[in-house]
Design a binder for this molecule. Sequence first.
Ligand code: FAD
Ligand code: UDP
Length: 364
Amino acid sequence: MYDVCIVGAGITGITAAAVLAREMNKRVIIVEKREHIGGNCYDYYNGVGILVHKYGPHIFHTKYKKVWDYLSNFTKWLPYTHKVLAFVDGKLVSFPVNIKTLEQLLERHFTEGEMQSWVEKNRVPIEKPKNAEDMVVARMGRFLYETFFKNYTLKQWGIEAKKLSPDVTARIPIRFNRDDRYFTDPYQGIPKDGYTKMFERMLNHKNIELVLNTDYKNVINDIKFNKMVYTGPIDYFFDYQFGPLPYRSLNFAFKTLNQEWFQPVAVVNYPNEFDFTRITEFKHITGQKHSQTSICYEYPQDHVIDKNVPCYPIPKKETQEMYEKYKNRAKKLKTVFFIGRLAEYKYLNMDVCVKRGMESIKMI
Ligand code: FAD
Ligand code: UDP
């Protein structure tokens, strides 16, 4: 008999298990469909011994001290500041857009004030941007939109930015200084021994039992439990009653090269040329020393149930309306709690997933 059955051993489910077992002394079973823990945050050492992220680059960053402190019980952190460059017009330029970007693109010097007047002249005043294109055009104008966002967004989502929610591009700032960090949260770092090791420590408790390679629907009638924390796809829980919620997926193409380094920073975005959106070189993130290097190309594609991994919920009006129907059904179930990127059908960063997992204490 378990107090709680958790579906999914991603970062959300693992955090819920860790807090429920440790803080509340609950007996927990986690059922995970994949052959490994960690969900999309899983990392592993590849054939030549380089630590890679199986589902694309994962950088931990948060403004929530309590999230940082909680994970710090299970890992030390490698200090890491994420830098991204974009390949445009045959050169690598700073991204997100800041003074250096304009200088590199327009090949002249800018002061902060000059950048402000340049952007003021270029931006299109839109009081309340209603889609992902307007969000960028309103902040920085059409030239920068077309240089960095238009084609990347179309490639990434398979949908024009005009048809996507403004939240998609609102994540990316414009800066009127020379700060070229991708994230500005006060707490940033990479788990010293990798994400998977940190997750193993979180799950290492007498109250936690883990079952891998198992779809919960195949075993749920054989498990006795009082409450459920569900972190799988919400539409699957309800047998797709209102239709399948669409996701965007990625094909991750890994390569190992017989050279020490491939590119100057961890991630280079390719907004305009090529079918892939970005290339990641993992050693920049992990700080690992190795004579070879491993890189990963991301090719966006649609999600096909049971064929590839659901990566990104599609943020647009129609999908939101479908999700609301599932959410209303979910609300009526008093002993099942739906949390995480798939269960809430929402673009959540890792830190918010940890926060949600920690909040399961209040739900149970
Ligand atoms: P998942 O990781 O999807 O875990 C859900 C788990 O449930 C999976 O393991 C799945 O197999 C399991 N499951 C599903 N159905 C069933 C079932 N029927 N039975 C049993 N188990 C089931 N966030 C950041 O903060 N920083 C980043 O740099 C960052 N980079 C990202 C890059 C990419 C390419 C992507 C796609 C995401 C990135 N994220 C990043 C977001 C991060 O991946 C998510 O926040 C996080 O993985 C979501 O965790 P989760 O546990 O909610 O979902
Ligand atoms: N984006 C873009 N060009 C870029 C980087 C991002 O158009 O060079 C847009 C794109 O729509 C993307 C969104 O901004 O989906 C959010 O980017 P982020 O880097 O946060 O995406 P993630 O790392 O989550 O894939």
